[in-house]
Write a protein that binds this ligand. Structure first.
Ligand code: 5GP
Length: 189
């Protein structure tokens, strides 16, 4: 997606070897016009999959999934991050190793919001090592719903997340793939 790549080049910066900061348009301040184009593009890609629900994880996935939800006209469910190990209630849960914070956390989704009849599209901001995605996929599998696809705004192609998901036969589409970002220089794949 050319518009997105141009914006990453203009406004993104690499804060250390493996973390790309996109706070000015995607992760803190939100560029709504760009997010709308992102939502439209995900809809174009997955329009024929009869999606009934979009699943993401708080916090950064919510804006992206919400915009996409407007185009699909379906509800958006976001997994909540739970710091404590004492998960209460009727929930699906999975454990995720955080890429940016280096620690484990649980994600939970109420059983009320996913059912075996659902056809799910998972959306997220970044794909690095694939742990967040694997946690969300685990939750979809627990619910018995069908995983129709996974959409990523920025894939870091030099990390192993995409390979991992393709090995699991996930229908993965990334809007921008970064091949390398050594010494702060971004190269798209
Ligand atoms: P993964 O689980 O694939 O290793 O990492 C994905 C999650 O980590 C994303 O949900 C995102 O929040 C965060 N993340 C991974 N890499 C980056 C990065 O380079 N920049 C930012 N801003 N977040 C990242």
């Amino acid at each position: 997606m050319e518009l997105l790549k141009q914006r990453i080049l203009k406004s993104g910066h690499v804060s250390s070897d493996n973390v790309l900061k996109v706070d000015s348009f995607l992760n803190h301040q939100l560029d709504i016009a760009l997010l709308s184009e992102i939502g439209k593009e995900f809809h174009r890609i997955f329009a024929s999959d009869n999606i009934t629900k979009i699943l993401t994880v708080e916090a950064s996935g919510i804006a992206i999934a919400s915009m996409a939800g407007m185009y699909f006209n379906v509800p958006v469910v976001f997994a909540k991050k739970n710091q404590s190990k004492n998960i209460e209630g009727d929930v699906f849960s999975s454990s995720v190793q955080s890429f940016t914070h280096g620690r484990k956390y649980d994600i939970i989704v109420s059983k009320k919001f996913l059912s075996p009849d659902d056809r799910i599209l998972i959306l997220d901001d970044f794909l690095a090592r694939g742990n967040a995605m694997l946690g969300l996929i685990d939750i979809v599998e627990q619910s018995g719903a069908k995983l129709c696809g996974a959409g990523i705004v920025i894939e870091k192609g030099f990390q192993d997340g995409a390979d991992l998901l393709k090995k699991k036969n996930v229908n993965l589409h990334s809007l921008a793939i970064i091949k390398s970002m050594e010494n702060g220089k971004l190269v798209f794949g």
